[in-house]
Design a protein around this ligand. Sequence first.
Ligand code: 5GP
Ligand code: 5GP
Ligand code: 5GP
Length: 208
Amino acid sequence: VLCVSQDFDFFYLVQQWPGSYCDTKKSCCYPSTGKPAANFGLHGLWPNYNDGSYPSNCDPNNPFDQSQVSDLTSELQSDWPTLACPSNDGINFWTHEWDKHGTCSESNLNQHDYFEAALKLKQQANLLKALKSAGINPDGGSYSLANIKGAIKDAIGFTPYIECNVDTEGNSQLYQVYLCVDTSGSNLIECPVFPRGRCGSDIEFPTF
Ligand code: 5GP
Ligand code: 5GP
Ligand code: 5GP
């Protein structure tokens, strides 16, 4: 009997706004390669189930191996920069993301193709361009959550989920944007399920 296993149902493509990672109580450290551009950066490409749960750390026998992404290193440094402390070149972040999330889609995408897929998706989902074209700029101003979501939907074609965090003054701000991707890792789709969490109807878009 042939058994076709369904390892996961879709991916979340998660991008983070560096200004909102850095202006919290926890603060941040720039990568050893220098301050990232004032742009959204990749956080991850996360396999997920339609019921909202997700697999993690699926294959300890297939740990991150930098040699498999050596051709992508400069793109990873610019588009998937780490902001965690202490400063490092990013390998810690990419290792964490592969080991925790990437191994759960390894039957669809090997290490090289997983990172390449995320980088390509980021080009398809140019969040800063989408927001700026709607007059939503990282200027420390306050914007309506509905307008932010609408601007991304209009420019990219799919409704995002917005995750907020809180700056040192207690303001709710735009932290991460989630879009959904099919199991091939190449096409954006409407999200089958959204994460849970609160923002408030108006949120800050801090500078970086
Ligand atoms: P937090 O608890 O800060 O929201 O998330 C911590 C970590 O859990 C994330 O960095 C990510 O690795 C994982 N995570 C949180 N929410 C989701 C989700 O909805 N789907 C998946 N696949 N992973 C998630
Ligand atoms: P998650 O488990 O939520 O996918 O990823 C969060 C982990 O990645 C944490 O252990 C965090 O310290 C590490 N990390 C390294 N660099 C970054 C970064 O730039 N942003 C975020 N959100 N986490 C990072
Ligand atoms: P609605 O379904 O009317 O768009 O939203 C229902 C509730 O979910 C509202 O309280 C709204 O603020 C919240 N909400 C809608 N979209 C998002 C989102 O992308 N992120 C977060 N954190 N909350 C949202």
